[in-house]
Design a protein around this ligand. Structure first.
Ligand code: AGP
Length: 606
């Protein structure tokens, strides 16, 4: 978490850094700060609790000039949310911004007698102090010695007080990308913050030192030998990072889904067949494995659950979905016959990354489904399939989730074909259904005001239950997470048949229930389970496949009929409907939809 940025070049740094922080704010928004190096090498710092807009006003009040600087937007880990703990941190001649966690900071503080000399409670200031301890005019030596002492994850942007107009950067695990811009160079936690200045960038290799100057970027390995950056090109338009006229990114990103799903699916259908030729994935990856294990967190893990339901029933292969954060701590059993699929929008979620490393250590084959090009999870895996969702800025994931689903459908279709569960005709028909998903979702999005109206009935609820079976249950887990994270309403998704094993005790007339019924073989059981909660007074909001027969006698709170697709694909229109439901509840509560409290978009701490 936390966003860092740096700029050095021919222009005033403050505006560029603060604008960049605004783009990176989704990574954390507890406090923000900036340090600008002056011509004489001295460094001016402004920092405050609150959003980047608060930092902007602070900078306006006390002008801060200079053409080289670093900035930070914080998601607090060590040390509460206060001005002193905001970055940048200065110690002696060293000023740093840091993303990551220095696990041994207490030991270091003791070892270097820092306790009484620190002004914050952060691990980051300790790192600045250790750098300052080793700095005697040679920045490389100081960085090398410091890095050897640190345990944990870090991405540092560093200013040394007597080296004007240069930024030093080094990282372990936490990301830094670097680009050369007109008359200068920049670093950032991710490419979206560089997008308006350059399309060419490279990922700073771990344990390498980059020196950013007005004239360009130099890269060295830890022994001081020059290294060659691996340049990449940003694959999305800068315009795609704007709100495009919507009040919140989340709404824009929900509305973009038909387009980005088509962009994810179409290149992977060749001659009517699901095909991963464009990703360079050989069929023997799918043929040779005996089981599949998905590792992912949050929404991405929920996508894995849909994948599991599809794969098990259509490919007939054993598939587990593991919380990446638990994976290695439960001594997960994977071997050379396991295909481990890591799903991650950002590709930087540390638990997912560590799970991939664990899987590789245990000889499993690894395949990443990632949105951000060149991200750590993608680079750590044997193969990668990129979702073409474009930048997802809202903390609540929407289009990344449904493009992950689209890839999982394609994988199901291809695997079923190469392993013999589908003949060519079935594989083609499966692919052609998937191509219809964008249109079905569009039909839901076109009726967003109906869902807005429905959302009013849960606006003041304290608890909301969600119920469904099979695939419907899988997507409700995600629908419930969406509602929790952006509306702060407690919500739980339950497999309908499980409710009466305890949880039904919580159902009263004050507990709205959201039910999804889209699976033909389960509908009669579903409707019986719904009756059970209606009998306890719950008002039920029903999302139902339009071709199913509705019990008109029952007292529905509301009913939304979902455009019909084959049952396996109903996940797509139903997901769009649940996203809109959560969005409108949050919007009508007047909350900051894109930046819910306590959260950050990229979770780079364990
Ligand atoms: C979902 O809305 C969340 N913001 C969160 O659960 C997210 O999906 C999770 O942190 C995983 O992120 P990743 O896809 O970038 O790995």
């Amino acid at each position: 978490m936390c966003g860092i940025i740096g700029y050095t070049g021919g222009k005033e740094a403050e505006g560029i850094i603060v604008d960049g922080l605004e783009i990176l704010e989704y990574r954390g928004y507890d406090s923000a700060g900036i340090a600008v190096s002056q011509k004489d090498g001295s460094v001016q710092i402004r920092k405050c609790v609150g959003r980047v807009r608060d930092l902007r006003s602070l900078c306006r009040k006390g002008e801060i000039q200079g053409t080289c600087g670093i900035g930070h937007t914080r998601w607090a880990t060590h040390g509460g949310v206060c001005d002193a703990n905001a970055h940048p941190h200065r110690f002696g001649k060293v000023t740093v911004v840091h993303n990551g966690i220095i696990e041994n900071y207490r030991g270091l503080a003791k070892k270097y007698n820092l306790q009484d000399r620190l002004r914050s409670q952060t691990d980051s200031e300790v790192a600045a102090a250790v750098l300052a301890h080793f700095y005697n005019g040679d920045p490389f030596a100081a960085i090398r010695k410091t890095v050897l002492k640190l345990k944990g994850t870090f991405a540092f942007g560093i200013l040394f007080e007597d080296i004007s107009e240069a930024i030093f950067a080094v990282r372990n695990v936490s990301p830094i990308v670097i680009g050369q811009v007109q008359e200068g160079s920049m670093l950032a936690s991710d490419v979206t913050a560089l997008g308006q200045y350059t399309k060419e960038y490279f990922v700073l290799p771990e344990f390498h030192v980059a020196v950013l100057k007005k004239e360009g970027v130099e890269l060295y390995d830890m022994s001081g030998e020059p290294a060659e950056p691996e340049w990449m090109t940003v694959s999305w338009d800068v315009d795609k990072s704007s709100k495009g006229g919507y009040p919140f990114y989340m709404e824009k990103e929900i509305m973009e889904q038909p387009q980005v799903i088509a962009e994810t699916v179409q290149p992977r259908i060749c001659g009517g067949m699901p095909d991963f030729g464009v990703d360079g994935i050989p069929d023997n990856l799918f043929e040779d494995c005996k089981r599949i294990c998905v590792v992912a967190c949050g929404t991405a893990m929920h996508a894995g659950l849909v994948g599991k339901a599809l794969m098990q029933s259509l490919v007939r292969i054993h598939m587990d979905v593991e919380l990446a954060s638990e994976f290695m701590y439960t001594d997960a059993i994977v071997d050379e016959e396991t295909l481990v699929i890591a799903i991650s929008q950002s590709g930087e979620t540390i638990d997912t990354l560590e799970a991939v490393k664990y899987a590789k250590k245990n000889s499993a084959k690894t395949l990443a489904i990632v949105n951000v090009r060149g991200a750590s999870v993608a680079r750590a895996s044997d193969y990668v399939i990129y979702t073409n969702a474009g930048p997802e800025i809202a903390v609540a994931s929407t289009k990344a989730y449904t493009t992950q689903l689209a890839v999982l459908y394609l994988l199901t279709g291809r695997m079923a074909y190469v392993r013999g569960s589908f003949g060519e005709t079935e594989a083609k028909s499966f692919a052609s259904q998937l191509l219809l998903a964008p249109e079905a979702m569009q039909q839901v999005l076109d009726r967003k005001e109906e869902i807005h109206y429905i959302a009013r009935s849960i606006l003041n609820a304290k608890d909301v239950f969600m119920m469904g079976r099979g695939l419907d249950y899988s997507i409700l887990l995600e629908g419930s997470l969406k509602l929790k994270e952006i509306s702060y309403i407690h919500s739980e998704a339950y497999a309908s048949g499980e409710l009466k094993h305890g949880t039904i005790a919580l159902i009263t007339e004050d507990t709205p229930v959201v039910a999804v019924v889209t699976q033909s073989k389960l509908q009669s059981k579903e409707f019986s389970n719904i009756k059970e909660v209606q009998s306890r007074g719950a008002g039920v909001i029903l999302f139902m496949k339009e071709t199913f027969e509705l019990d008109k006698e029952a007292a529905w709170e509301s009913v939304f009929q979902l455009p019909a697709m084959e049952d396996s694909f109903m996940v797509m229109p139903a997901s769009a409907a649940l996203q809109l439901l959560a969005y409108y509840v949050s919007l009508d509560k007047g909350l900051d939809v894109d930046k819910p409290r306590n959260l950050a978009k990229v979770v780079t701490v364990e």
